[in-house]
Write a protein that binds this ligand. Structure first.
Ligand code: ZN
Length: 327
């Protein structure tokens, strides 16, 4: 199918009703042939006539006797369990794809006409949709680097900050950990980037991730951090030394691409979202990685590509707001 909407007005014209939105999603996720999400049987499901305001929505019931469950294309997707119309979800997905730096929940709420809390939830589920589920190994020339993301810029070089807090009416000073979180970036030149939240920059944190993401024998360029030293065993590892203010580069031995990516990510996160809590940072990284990795596509192509991940693991509100949520 060829979709030609270029503006949000044309987009809204195309997705004029719920039926069109469901059919679009059926085409993207099923290739137009409904598959039971409960048991994945090859048997053709029954068409069911839904009632009331859902009567235009394509609905099915599994024809496998042991299963027999009802479903639509929203079942087991990031859109399941939400009262928000599919049209608004798709509009939000389009907005996240056409924006360069993401879209805040306040902004998204006003554009699609939902509450800010709902927009926040939609944004996080869309980030789950943008997450690579079967990442292939990166190869060729790889640049790897670590950086701090989040927290307040003025506290850049402090691991802790002192804030003043009132407790039982008495003013006390309390040390609070900075909200900055460490991120490892692995970038294939002329290819994809992956940014991964890490607890620290020790070798046993970084090296397993490098090995899980980069093909053996690839060329890896990093700074002089000692944590990367053992990579020499399996890779052509180039370690570059810079002294402050003096970047010595030899030919193509540099990490300029990943450093450029950090500036997009940080400006985006600070400019759009102001601050991001460590427990949610990985999802923001996934969103920025997706936009970078599909940078050669047009906004419409990016949108059409992104909805393929609609069946990615569903995030419930409970998971999102739980303190243990780290992914
Ligand atoms: Zn079934």
């Amino acid at each position: 199918m060829n979709y030609a909407f270029k503006t949000i007005a044309e987009f809204n014209d195309y997705f004029k009703d719920e039926k069109t939105c469901y059919e679009f999603l059926e085409d993207r996720l099923w290739g137009g042939v409904p598959v039971c999400p409960h048991c994945a049987t090859a048997k053709k499901p029954y068409k069911v006539k839904a009632r009331g305001k859902f009567q235009d929505i394509p609905s099915y019931r599994c024809s496998e006797r042991a299963c027999d469950l009802p479903f639509t294309v929203r079942t087991n997707s990031i859109y399941e369990g939400s009262k928000v119309e599919l049209r608004k979800w798709l509009q939000a997905a389009y907005e996240i794809n056409i924006s360069k730096k993401g879209i805040s929940s306040v902004e998204l709420a006003s554009r699609i006409g939902v509450s800010q809390k709902t927009a926040w939830f939609i944004n996080h589920r869309l980030r789950a949709m943008l997450t690579e589920t079967k990442p292939e190994l990166l190869t060729g020339t790889i640049e790897a680097d670590e950086t701090f993301v989040g927290g307040k810029e003025q506290n850049k070089h402090m691991s802790k900050r002192i804030t003043s807090k009132r407790e039982n009416g008495k003013r006390i000073s309390k040390a609070q950990p900075d909200k900055k979180t460490m991120v490892l970036g692995i970038l294939q030149r002329d290819g994809k980037v992956r940014s991964i939240v890490v607890p620290n920059t020790r070798g046993n944190s970084l090296q397993p991730l490098m090995r899980a993401n980069v093909e053996p024998n690839a060329r890896i360029i990093t700074d002089a951090l000692r944590s990367y030293i053992d990579l020499k065993k399996d890779y052509n590892h180039v370690s570059i030394k810079h002294t402050p203010g003096n970047f010595i580069t030899k030919g193509d031995e540099h990490t300029n691409n990943i450093e450029g990516y950090w500036s997009i990510l940080k400006r985006g996160i600070i400019g759009t979202f102001h601050s991001v809590s460590p427990q949610h940072l990985q999802r923001y990284c996934n969103e920025f990685d997706f936009r970078y990795n599909n940078r050669t596509l047009t906004p419409v192509e990016k949108f059409v590509e992104s909805v393929k991940g609609s069946h990615n693991q569903r995030l419930t509100y409970k998971i999102l707001t739980s303190k243990k949520a780290t992914k």
